[in-house]
Write a protein of this length. Structure first.
Ligand code: PLP
Length: 394
């Protein structure tokens, strides 16, 4: 029999390493192994009850048909109002698209904008799907490396120096998965101004917008959209902010021509995001702020428990992340024969200590592993003592 011929497009990408770890951890769990899962980037909180109730009511009311391709108008309006109130963004509901997760918004944006011969500038370490989506769309990824020693700071001059005649867009991710780094508002402003002058788009992935600590105020590139309406594109998600990962809802905000193109792609792929889920999301935007604030406070408390203990482990170095819910420690001093490099390290940790982390290699940094603190304090304590025993057992 002839081997299946897959497209060259598919050949340009590989499986999401974060999903792979989750699958392996799930497999062990199914075998009855007590796994501490620091791998998944998934809130351990229940979705807000206002969202659950609204979705339940929508189902009971028969709100189960296709909706407008761009998403229900009330949700698009609520989102643009929120961005206007918080950041002075000028967007109308026609400039908002509700997508199947933030992932869907980024994917449709990549398909709408990028093609072969073009470049997209990304700061690394980067969330796994960003470079894969760029390559899938046919463009090349230009990486600008950030370093753990300065909290993975993004330097606007280095980002702008990476632009070429072929650059179509810069993708920013602040707070960043996996590093927890937060890009300073001044740095974002400098990048947007530099890109606007060159006709390059800035796509700001703000999936973790609300998750900032140490009294930092959340910031969005939306604050620059009135001044640079043709440059600023914002992607967001209901997944992390509202602990609604399985609802699969995200959004795209930006220039109408881009939003229309992404909507057209969506029209030929998923049609629309799930009808009753959007009703739940609307209730979340309108009424789940207390839930969001409670979750953020708890993540910060967990971070404050985790980071000193991580740094007390022999060979582990980690500055406190200023945002998101990931620690990205440098564990290279713990590498030994048999657990050399982040992949072997993570695999041995899972197999021997039953602790799931994601190898930094997946994000473009082989010295690190990603530890999600979107899990209970109890799980954090147990996982840390397992890691300590694992590191002690030379
Ligand atoms: N962007 C970043 C940086 C992420 O970490 C994620 C999820 O992990 C997403 C986008 C997409 O999230 P979702 O598709 O669940 O909205």
């Amino acid at each position: 029999m002839q081997a299946m011929h897959l497209s060259a497009r598919v050949g340009r990408i590989c499986e999401s390493a974060t999903l792979r770890v989750t699958r392996r951890a799930l497999h062990l769990k199914a075998e009855g192994v007590d796994v501490i899962d620091f791998g998944a980037g998934e809130p351990d909180f229940a979705s807000p009850s206002v969202a659950v109730e609204a979705a339940r009511q929508a189902l009971a009311d028969g709100f189960t048909k296709y909706t407008q391709n761009q998403g229900i108008p009330a949700l698009r309006l609520a989102l643009t109002r929120r961005f206007a109130e918080r950041y002075g963004a000028p967007w109308t509901a026609e400039q908002a698209l509700i997508t199947v997760g933030g992932k869907g918004a980024l994917f449709e944006t990549a398909l709408a904008l990028f093609e072969s011969g073009q470049e997209v500038v990304v700061h690394t370490p980067a969330w796994v799907s960003i470079p894969e989506q760029i390559r899938f769309a046919g463009a090349a990824v230009v990486e600008v490396a950030t370093r753990g020693a300065d909290g993975f700071a993004v330097d606007p001059d280095r980002m702008l120096a990476a632009l070429s005649e072929r650059t179509r867009a810069v993708i920013l991710n602040s707070p960043c998965n996996p590093t927890g780094g937060v890009i300073e508002p001044e740095a974002i402003a400098a990048i947007v101004a530099g890109c606007a002058a060159r006709g390059v788009l800035v796509i700001s992935d703000e999936t973790y917008e609300r998750f900032v600590y140490d009294g930092l105020a959340p910031y969005s590139a939306a604050a620059l959209a009135a001044r640079y309406p043709e440059t600023v594109v914002v992607v967001g998600s209901f997944s992390k902010t509202y602990a609604m990962t399985g609802w699969r809802l995200g959004y795209l905000l930006g220039p109408k021509a881009l939003v229309d193109a992404a909507a057209m792609i969506q029209g030929h792929s998923t049609s629309n995001a799930t009808s009753f889920a959007m009703k739940g999301a609307l209730a979340a935007v309108e009424g789940a702020e207390p839930d969001v604030e409670r979750m953020i406070a708890e993540y910060e408390a967990r971070r404050d428990l985790l980071i000193p203990k991580l740094n007390a482990l022999p060979g582990v170095r980690c500055l406190p992340p200023r945002g998101a819910f990931y620690a990205f420690p440098d564990v290279s001093a713990c590498f030994r024969p048999g657990r050399n490099g982040s992949i072997a390290f993570a695999e041995r940790l899972l197999d021997e200590a039953h602790v799931a982390v994601v190898a930094g290699d997946a994000f473009g940094s082989d010295d690190h592993v990603r530890i999600s603190f979107a899990c209970s304090r109890q799980a954090l304590a147990e996982g840390l003592s397992r890691i300590e025993r694992f590191l002690g057992a030379e």
